[in-house]
Write a protein that binds this ligand. Structure first.
Ligand code: GLU
Length: 342
């Protein structure tokens, strides 16, 4: 057995023994009864999600994985893809060029609002649909197949597995996404995006239709927390220099028009999607992935919000926390004294 395998085995054993697993199960039980909110239905296929599904996963920088609930259920990544596509665009073109095409300013508006920064001739940020379409436009590749392949390859590096496109969701979005199409053509009119707009819209709908589970989302954020290197596979998913770009925009714009409230309450860079997923990163520490398709009025997963709030509070994960945490994360993960008392 190689040293790498031995380390992975040691991590698995530690993860199995850690009280953290029980803690996550308790969170799941506590928030499972929440029934407020609704499954998204503006993309017809999304309305088929089971409102009872609820999974939460934490992946640490050391590659330990803790799961509770439905962590194998696949759902579409939707807007969560936007943060990672922004990273790929930065790798393709560098910061200066990307920022000439899309800003980093929160809009305070809904994700699908038709607002553009006409003063700088850019959409406001890569997390709203307009900005995400402009960012998808920047993904390099000789043709549509190659561009998609590069996107799939990027997500494989973050998650450690090949992701598939949910074809019914993709076709449903393509058939009903007239608002996105209108926005794309408005941007074309202003010269904000290139002429290959239909190909880019397909790429955007495809990236949103990729199927992930809560574990994938935890690993994606753990990779960001680990400076761009997947902590389980050891593979680099994003150039180190762009990790802070992606994380910053997640913090300011990642939770739709609830981003300010989220930053105040949870204080973790995060991105949510209307499929019901949330990915949140505690830089230098861990990644969180949650899935529950019941959304609040702003499009964020209700149970997912509660889970992230609890983790942030109990382990002092808020970026600006200066008070001692209720529980010492490191001690917990290693089964130390604090863990024994829990
Ligand atoms: N594909 C969705 C759309 O463009 C993504 C929305 C979201 O998750 O916020 O409407």
């Amino acid at each position: 057995m190689s040293i790498g395998n031995l380390e992975a085995l040691a991590n698995d054993i530690a993860a199995a023994a850690s009280p953290f697993r029980g803690y996550l199960n308790d969170l799941r039980q506590k928030y499972q009864p929440l029934q407020d909110g609704a499954v998204a239905d503006y993309i017809p296929e999304l309305a088929l999600a089971d409102p009872n599904d609820f999974g939460l996963c934490v992946a640490t920088k050391a590659g330990q994985i803790f799961e509770a609930g439905d962590c194998d259920v696949l759902f579409t990544i939707q807007s969560i893809s936007k943060a990672f596509i922004f990273g790929l665009a930065l790798e393709d073109h560098g910061r200066e060029y990307v920022l000439s095409k899309v800003g980093v300013e929160p809009t305070g508006e809904a994700f699908n609002s038709i607002v553009l920064d006409e003063a700088t001739n850019r959409p406001y940020n890569p997390m709203v649909n307009a900005g995400a379409i402009a960012t998808a436009d920047l993904i390099e590749g000789a043709n549509s197949a190659e561009r998609l392949k590069r996107v799939l390859e990027m997500f494989r590096r973050y998650t450690g597995r090949e992701l598939d496109i949910n074809m019914p969701v993709f076709l449903s979005e393509k058939a009903t996404g007239n608002r996105n199409r209108a926005m794309a053509y408005l941007m074309l009119n202003f010269g904000m995006v290139s002429e290959k707009i239909e190909e880019t819209l397909d790429l955007y709908f495809q990236q949103c239709s990729l199927m992930v589970n809560a574990r994938d989302l935890a690993l994606m954020s753990a990779t960001l927390a680990n400076g761009g290197v997947n902590p389980v596979s050891g593979e680099r998913a994003l150039a180190e220099t762009y990790v802070q770009d992606v994380i910053s925009v997640m913090l300011t714009c990642g939770m739709y028009d609830a981003s300010g409230e989220w930053c105040y309450r949870v204080g973790l860079p995060a991105k949510s999607g209307v499929g019901g997923g949330i990915t949140a990163t505690a830089p230098g520490k861990l990644g969180i992935g949650t899935y529950s398709p019941l959304l609040d009025a702003k499009g964020n997963s209700l149970r997912g919000i509660r889970v992230c709030e609890a983790l942030s509070r109990d382990f002092g994960l808020h970026l600006f926390n200066a008070a001692p945490a209720v529980h010492d994360l490191e001690a917990w993960l290693q089964g130390g004294d604090d863990a024994a008392r829990w």
